[in-house]
Design a binder for this molecule. Structure first.
Ligand SMILES: Cc1cc2nc3c(=O)[nH]c(=O)nc-3n(C[C@H](O)[C@H](O)[C@H](O)COP(=O)(O)OP(=O)(O)OC[C@H]3O[C@@H](n4cnc5c(N)ncnc54)[C@H](O)[C@@H]3O)c2cc1C
Length: 473
């Protein structure tokens, strides 16, 4: 490929020490996918140990039981073009469930009333078809051709994203070089709002529908980076799915088929590099020797001490409070006569006075008995919950350190943290946070690790500086 320098020669690769034991910190989709890709790409079996501080695998993929039903509590929706997730599900023999709701009526609430509202569909096929067509017309009427411009902008970005699945893609030591290679670094350097205004999208669409989507998907607004925003918009289209029985089964299955040793309830508190190996310190005071260490959790709220010390760009996590309620929404709070007059999904515009980002029906058992999911930036008080819901038979509040708080221009920690064998998967979350993004980052980490050891694939290593040079050619 023109301008891309091959900096690791065969001889240099073979000269590097082989990684005998790889220790992975974190058993979410990122850590489990590293484990899978290591075994999948290596010419010989690798000894992989996964350390997980909780008593379960999956990290931000978890489910909640309400009555006899289970609901996704964290990462929920997978887009059709999420190729790794798609492959994992097939490989593990899991089933997909379509999550595109039959009744996807939407209302945009500004605290005083609905500034936009589509209609709820009926039960029959014909009424569903008619309401779907009517709702499309309502959207077009309000937002006009800006909707099409938005769609083509997102499709263009996703076309670039698809380059990540090229079989002969090089391996990368930095997220910047990875993003530059696929032509998606620039959108991490300015905000979604700047990108969309430059594309000529209407203010109304940006401030209403797009803001609602950002608040639902990332708990933030259109000031997030153009890339994170586009990934979020791409995950709001049709053809969305989840794993039947819970998305957490993907990491659980990947760990199983990669024959990794899994240590639950084992928090890693220190990582020390001593004479060519790593000493992993556990909260239980045990120490483990590893030849390579992969950090598969965001380091922003984790207290692991590194020796030598690491200097990483500052990043904070956006907390999303997910409140599950079984009962009935209060129509009076929204100025409606009955709960049935309200849309299935209520999103909100960006206004600090609004106490929640969205509230939606997950399942309806009867007119008076539904399961709702509410997203907010702050923990809702009992008083607020009693205002929003007229009846509550079940309430559970989960505080997630959900995804990075995006602040364009984004800065990225390196993937190769120390120049030896300490790797970081979740630096890539500064580009976008999603199950698929962690899987993409995990594959690169596994290939990078193997390319820097004697027994692995022999791939091109692209360093940031080489791509910078290439860009100047
Ligand atoms: C409410 C919510 C909604 C979301 N919706 C979607 C969605 O619809 N679609 C989508 O694609 N994505 C969604 N996401 C994002 C998605 O869930 C994450 O991007 C993805 O699951 C991250 O996986 P990961 O393995 O990289 O990190 P994590 O899942 O966070 O895994 C890290 C693991 O490391 C463990 N760990 C941390 N510190 C230590 C330590 N010191 N020692 C040992 N173990 C440690 C943690 O316990 C955890 O299990 C959502 C996230 C949230 C919270």
């Amino acid at each position: 490929m023109r301008g891309v320098a091959i900096v690791a020669t065969l001889a240099a690769l073979l000269a590097l020490a082989g990684a005998e034991k790889v220790c992975i910190v974190g058993s979410g989709i990122g850590g489990s996918a590293v484990s899978y890709f290591l075994q999948n790409h290596s010419v010989k079996p690798i000894d992989v140990e996964i350390y997980e501080k909780r008593n379960r695998v999956g990290g931000r993929l978890d489910r909640i039981q309400i009555g006899d039903d289970y609901f996704e509590a964290g990462g929920s929706i997978i887009a059709e073009k999420n190729m790794h997730m798609q492959n994992f599900v097939e490989l593990l023999g899991l089933k997909k469930v379509d999550t595109s709701d039959d009744d996807s009526s939407l209302g945009i609430w500004n605290g005083r009333g609905f500034i936009f509202q589509t209609v709820r569909s009926g039960d029959s096929y014909v009424t569903k078809m008619v309401t779907s067509l009517w709702n499309t017309l309502l959207l077009l009427w309000r937002y006009g051709t800006s909707l099409m411009t938005m769609q083509s902008h997102v499709s263009g970005m996703m076309e670039n994203w698809m380059k990540l699945y090229d079989e002969d893609i090089p391996v990368f030591e930095t997220a910047e070089s990875m993003l530059k290679f696929i032509g998606l670094y620039e959108p991490t350097q300015h905000t979604l709002e700047e990108d969309l205004v430059a594309k000529g999208l209407s203010r109304l669409l940006i401030d209403e529908l797009i803001t609602v989507i950002m608040r639902i998907n990332y708990g933030q607004n259109v000031s997030i980076s153009g890339l994170a925003g586009s990934v979020s918009l791409a995950g709001s289209g049709d053809d969305l799915w989840a794993v039947e029985g819970g998305n957490f089964q993907v990491p659980a299955g990947l760990i199983k088929i990669s024959n990794a040793s899994l240590y639950l309830n084992q928090e890693v508190v220190s990582v020390e590099y001593v004479e060519g190996t790593y000493k992993l310190g556990l909260a239980s005071n045990e120490r483990k020797d590893c030849d390579a260490v992969v950090i598969a959790t965001p380091l922003d709220e984790v207290s692991i001490s590194f020796t030598p010390k690491l200097k990483l760009p500052a990043r904070s996590m956006q907390h999303t409070i997910t409140t599950f309620v079984r009962g009935l929404i209060n129509p009076i709070y929204f100025g409606a006569k009955t709960a049935l007059d309200l849309p299935v999904l209520i999103g909100t515009i960006e206004d600090p006075a609004l106490p929640f980002s969205s509230v939606s029906i997950l399942k309806s058992y009867s007119a008076e008995d539904n399961v709702y999911k509410m997203f907010s930036r702050l923990t809702p008080s009992t008083v607020l919950l009693d205002q929003i819901f007229s009846k509550r038979t079940f309430t559970r509040i989960i505080d997630w350190a959900a995804y990075p708080h995006y602040e364009a221009p984004e800065q990225f920690a390196p993937i190769l943290l120390d120049g030896h064998h300490l790797y970081y998967v979740n630096t890539f979350e500064s580009a976008a946070s999603a199950m698929e993004a962690s899987a993409v980052a995990a594959k690169n980490v596994a290939r990078l690790l193997l390319s820097r050891t004697s027994g692995g694939i022999l791939s091109q290593v692209v360093r940031k500086s080489d791509l910078d040079e290439a860009a100047e050619l």
